[in-house]
Design a binder for this molecule. Structure first.
Ligand SMILES: Cc1cc2nc3c(=O)[nH]c(=O)nc-3n(C[C@H](O)[C@H](O)[C@H](O)COP(=O)(O)OP(=O)(O)OC[C@H]3O[C@@H](n4cnc5c(N)ncnc54)[C@H](O)[C@@H]3O)c2cc1C
Length: 462
């Protein structure tokens, strides 16, 4: 039906942005997402430049019974920003941002990535919590929760979302804030992709930088238990300015890595301190001086640059499978399982990352937003990544095996931004029972036909 040129012509006359069909020079760029595992071909792409484009496209898709997919940064590892045969809303043309430095507030369109957002807000010495890779979209990240280097100091991305404009399933534009459509605003902060297409977002900003103390300090994998042990003892005293992650991987072939270590299993402490730089160095010493590092890159660095420092490793064009847990503790047994799997790792591109959460994240009530999981101490993600499609089965099996082995040591819950495509049954655990019940009611109110289902999906109540 959509191949009918008259109907497509009628849609294109309503658009400010571009209607892109298969064969168009921009078609492949528009449909491309980060994870090659999901190489899908929509029948129509609309590269939106206004909220009006989003409204017209949703109405068109519904009239012609086309599945809708929404692409922000295209970074969800489960490939939700893609569709075979449906209509893809490519939001990359929605890129405006305005900052009010006095009010420490930014209004940004939903197609922006964090690289652009940080670049603009840091001009004013301000920032909001973004992810640890800057090509991720501001929308998907925030709608699912959002932690990175600043969550302990200023909360999750979604905790700093103060308003949103949303095109609902029936093609209407509404505003959501605490005071206006408050139920929708609650749901946007943790499961936001379920209720409409967000066209712009208002964020509370905070003074950050311009420099933070940050970097990676690599140790032989054998030092991991000691690093963890020290963390376990000292975490209760960690200031909110300090955020740490553990990265377990094969040592990458980067110029600073001694050649004899490249390809060998290592444990890195990733460190970001967004306060006094002298204090930062004291904490670094305290957390690492008992073991001999292979290489240490922790140094004062502009926050804006630190946000981009991992980008090279995480570009498009690879196959990826992510598995995840929240953990309350890194017990000796869990540590041993992790080390055992890293010893057997056969992709130099794969990472296991463990973020320390708590701080400002845990000071928000579980029921205050749809995010849930406020009290988990660590967020763990197994980021299996490989180059050749023929190897997919073996890599996916490795990640699932590790997920299953760690399950007894997890909280049993998971982060919506990290749920894999075949793990729809884990969505309730991303929110907790009471939040999930509220989300289903909200879904029934705002999207009873489940028009927006390419996401960690909340089914409406039938
Ligand atoms: C390399 C990499 C690093 C990451 N690092 C972190 C990290 O440090 N911390 C963290 O918390 N997460 C991290 N993530 C996960 C990331 O936050 C999620 O995958 C997020 O959903 C990606 O958002 P996106 O807009 O780029 O993705 P997309 O795949 O475009 O979108 C994700 C979901 O949101 C929906 N969506 C997107 N835009 C809109 C909109 N405007 N309105 C309604 N729905 C929309 C999509 O339909 C899809 O369901 C990382 C991901 C990658 C690939």
């Amino acid at each position: 039906m959509t191949s009918d040129p008259h109907k497509l012509e009628a849609l294109s006359t309503q658009l400010s942005g571009a209607l892109i069909l298969p064969g168009h020079a921009q078609f492949d760029a528009s449909r491309e997402i980060w994870n090659l595992c999901f190489d899908r071909h929509p029948s129509v792409v609309v590269r939106c430049t206004t909220a009006g484009d989003v409204i017209a496209s949703i109405r068109f898709a519904r009239e012609h019974n086309l599945e809708i997919a929404v692409k922000g940064g295209g970074h969800h590892a489960a490939g939700h920003a893609s569709t075979d045969g449906g209509l893809l809303l490519d939001l990359s043309g929605l890129r405006a941002i305005e900052v009010n430095p006095e009010q420490r507030y930014a209004v940004a369109q939903a197609g922006l990535t964090w690289a652009h957002f940080d670049q603009v807000t840091q001009t004013f010495g301000l920032a909001c919590t973004g992810p640890i890779v800057s090509m991720t979209g501001i929308a998907g990240f925030t709608l699912g929760g959002g932690f990175g280097w600043l969550h302990r100091k200023i909360g999750l991305g979604c905790d700093n979302l103060k308003s949103a404009t949303v095109v609902t399933a029936d093609g209407h534009l509404v505003t959501a804030t605490e005071a206006e459509n408050g139920d929708l605003f609650w749901g946007l902060r943790g499961s936001g992709w379920n209720f409409g297409v967000i066209t712009s977002m208002g964020f509370q900003l905070h003074p950050i930088g311009p420099s933070v103390a940050a970097g990676l300090i690599y140790f032989p994998l054998a030092s991991f238990p000691e690093l963890v042990d020290h963390h376990r003892k000292r975490i209760p005293q960690f200031p909110d300015e300090l955020t740490t992650w553990f990265f377990l991987r094969l040592a990458p072939p980067v110029p600073i890595m001694p050649k004899e270590w490249v390809g060998r299993p290592v444990a890195a402490l990733a460190f970001c301190y967004c306060g006094d730089l002298e204090e930062a160095m004291n904490w670094k010493l305290e957390l690492t001086s008992f073991a001999k590092p292979i290489v240490d890159t922790i140094t004062p660095i502009e926050y804006r640059l630190w946000q981009r420092s991992l980008d090279d490793r995480w570009g498009n064009g690879f196959f990826n499978d992510w598995r995840s847990h929240y953990l309350d503790d890194l017990s000796a047994e869990a540590t041993r399982i992790l080390m055992d799997h890293v010893e057997r790792l056969n992709s130099p591109l794969t990472d296991i990352k463990i973020a320390h959460l708590e701080g400002a994240v845990s000071r928000v009530a579980e029921s205050a937003t749809a995010y849930g999981n406020r009290n988990a101490r660590f967020g763990l993600v197994i980021q299996t990544r490989w180059e050749h499609g023929l190897e997919s089965a073996a890599h996916i099996a490795w990640g699932k095996e590790l997920r299953d082995a760690l399950a007894p040591y997890s909280t049993g819950r998971v982060y919506a931004n990290f749920i894999a495509a075949d793990e729809a049954d884990r969505v309730p655990s991303a929110h907790g029972p009471e939040n999930y019940r509220r989300l289903r009611e909200l879904k029934s109110k705002y999207d009873p036909a489940n028009v927006f289902h390419n996401n960690p999906n909340i089914p409406p109540i039938l």
